[in-house]
Design a protein around this ligand. Structure first.
Ligand code: COA
Ligand code: MG
Length: 292
């Protein structure tokens, strides 16, 4: 069993039955079922019911089912938490987290579910390490739109304006060994823009990207998976290192670059990730052809 891939995490408003149904056939690694900002105040109660019903009906296969509730400080938070505690889901996503205390408060209401934290307030960025270290926390989803709003930032293509926050979140996540998912790309019809932002997120170290539209799924799945070239290089590095080791040396050279044990660890991680993705995709294909 390999670590689970989180290349693509698609938001779906809990109030849209058609979209909730469509997600049963989309090749996403995770679904972020939303009761928060994608749902209007007037629809909050029905969204809770619709979502509970759809999750109960099942059919989401291997996709990780994560429900985003409203913050516990809002008028909907407590009822959302009570509803999620009864839902057929894998985790609960808490927005507007400011520190580990917010996570702790949620675990009192849903003690059986892992927690994911939206990293989207200026305060939480300073607390990234402590939030990630909370034993209930399994992953971060960075909320770049809320961060930009609270920072009063005008974010351009390279996201330099958000870089400190993105990296603080990643540092916190990696220090605790939890999953880190990058923020959304708003212009869902701009495929080239999405590609470059996915590559940037991947190169920074994110596990995947949060998405808002089905058209974004294929791009994220491709970019956050190891490429054929990366897999081939990893195999050559491992082979070269093993050969060097057998000859009593601690360092090998591949393509003019040194390969030490730490590079071999990265190469093995690349192969493990590729294998996990193959396994997951094969399972999804089997489910589709079985008509489930
Ligand atoms: N998840 C699953 N299916 C989705 C979807 C989503 N996020 N967004 C759209 N779809 C479906 C539609 O239901 C439609 O399916 P159909 O052809 O079976 O009817 C199909 O994909 C095409 O949708 P399209 O007409 O291109 O989009 P739209 O105008 O209906 O919706 C958005 C556009 C942006 C409003 C919509 O994608 C959305 O609500 N995204 C999520 C927003 C969100 O959750 N935000 C909170 C976090 S930032
Ligand atoms: Mg938000």
């Amino acid at each position: 069993m390999h670590a689970r891939p989180f290349r693509s995490a698609l938001y779906i408003p809990g109030s849209r039955p058609r979209a909730l149904d469509k997600a049963r056939t989309l090749p996403v690694d995770a679904i972020l079922f939303d009761l928060e900002d994608a749902v209007t105040p007037a629809e909050k109660a029905t969204a809770r019911e619709t979502l509970g019903h759809e999750l109960g009906a099942g059919g989401y296969g291997d996709r990780v089912r994560i429900v985003r509730i409203n913050a516990l400080s809002t008028e909907w938070g407590a009822r959302d938490a009570a509803a999620v505690a009864e839902m057929a889901c894998d985790a609960v996503l808490l927005p507007k987290v400011n520190g580990p205390g917010d996570v702790q408060a949620l675990t009192k209401l849903v003690p059986h579910l892992p927690v994911w934290a939206m990293m989207e307030t200026p305060g939480c960025v300073f607390e990234a390490r402590a939030i990630a270290a909370h034993p209930a926390v399994q992953g971060f989803v960075v909320g770049t739109n809320d961060l930009a709003k609270d920072l009063n930032a005008r974010v351009g293509a390279g996201r330099g304006e958000l870089m400190a926050a993105l990296q603080m979140c990643l540092l916190g996540a990696r220090a605790a060994g939890i999953v880190a998912i990058d923020g959304v790309y708003n212009a869902f019809k701009d495929e080239a823009g999405l590609q470059s932002e996915c590559r940037q997120g991947r190169d920074l170290g994110f596990d995947g990207k949060s998405l808002i539209h089905p058209a974004q799924v294929a791009v994220a799945n491709e970019i956050f998976a190891p490429s054929e070239e990366e897999i081939a290089l990893a195999e050559r590095q491992i082979a070269a290192y093993e050969e060097a080791e057998a000859a009593g040396q601690g360092v090998a050279v591949v393509d003019g670059k040194i390969v030490e044990n730490l590079h071999v660890a990265t190469a093995r991680a690349t192969l493990a990730r590729a294998a996990a993705i193959r396994e997951l995709d094969a399972g999804a294909d089997a489910t589709v052809s079985a008509g489930g």
